[in-house]
Write a protein that binds this ligand. Structure first.
Ligand code: 1GP
Length: 247
């Protein structure tokens, strides 16, 4: 376990940073992955997040090795299970699914991988992971057997986030679930961004307009998965967004 906090610092420095979510289950073709990495690099994305709810150990390892071979974009593990850890990554989001009440996702998977993670030279970021209902039955809700918080229950979401921070979480990840119909409402992002830890937002972000809205609401990192899986050229739109941010 490392106390290095380069990635956490980087998260907190700026709003509107972009992470591309790579689900190893969906990119088992090295050439396809290479193309994705080339375009992500060209677009200037800030991070690659890797992980998934239904990924095998082999798929995960293969993906991590390929990414390290072909890109130098900071690689952050967004694990779906205890075996999704690797010293080759730059950081591990140490997720506690605090919106749910399933002990496996609050402490169980953590105990299973604790000795391995402890021995790794890897930045470990305690993260309060909050699922918000995005209008679809997400894989993560199904696999974790938890119920997302309804999007209009702002008080519950805010209290959950505060409780997480009081427990020592240094980062919040608000997720409407991959392929969500409705992303997390901006008002919620805005309220949580006042809690003094960086906020990551994901699930159903499918347009540059939405990226702008999330950035303006205070999201530090905006995660995009599905939209790029469907249309890799969305990375060109992201490139323009990133250039306008730097300009
Ligand atoms: C899901 O936050 C991610 O965990 C990304 O969601 O695939 O809908 O972009 P999308």
């Amino acid at each position: 376990m490392s106390t290095l906090n380069g990635i956490l610092n980087q998260f907190s420095k700026k709003r509107g940073q972009i992470a591309v979510l790579i689900d190893p289950e969906k990119v088992q073709d090295e050439l396809l992955l290479q193309e994705l990495l080339k375009k992500a690099q060209f677009a200037g994305v800030d991070y690659l997040f890797v992980g998934g709810s239904t990924v095998t150990r082999e798929e995960f390892q293969f993906c991590i090795e390929c990414i390290k071979k072909y890109s130098n974009i900071p690689l952050v593990i967004f694990p779906g299970a205890s075996y999704q850890v690797s010293e080759e990554a730059d950081a591990l989001l140490y997720l506690s699914l605090i919106s749910g009440r399933n002990p496996d996702y609050l402490i169980g998977h953590h105990v299973a991988s604790a000795s391995e993670v402890y021995a790794m030279n890897l930045e470990v970021i305690p993260t309060g992971y909050i699922l918000v209902d995005g209008g679809t039955n997400s894989s993560v809700a199904y696999v974790s057997q938890t119920t997302p918080i309804p999007a209009n229950k702002t008080t519950i979401i805010t209290r959950t986030a505060k409780a997480g921070i009081l427990q020592g979480k240094q980062l919040l990840y608000l997720d409407a679930g991959s392929g969500a119909k409705n992303p997390v409402p901006e008002e919620i992002v805005s309220q949580l961004s006042e809690l003094q830890v960086p906020v990551i937002i994901g699930g159903g972000i499918r347009s540059v307009e939405k990226i702008h809205e999330m950035r303006d609401a205070g999201a530090n990192v905006i995660v995009i998965g599905n939209k790029i899986e469907e249309n890799i050229d969305f990375l060109l739109d992201i490139k323009l967004y990133i250039e306008s941010e730097h300009g």
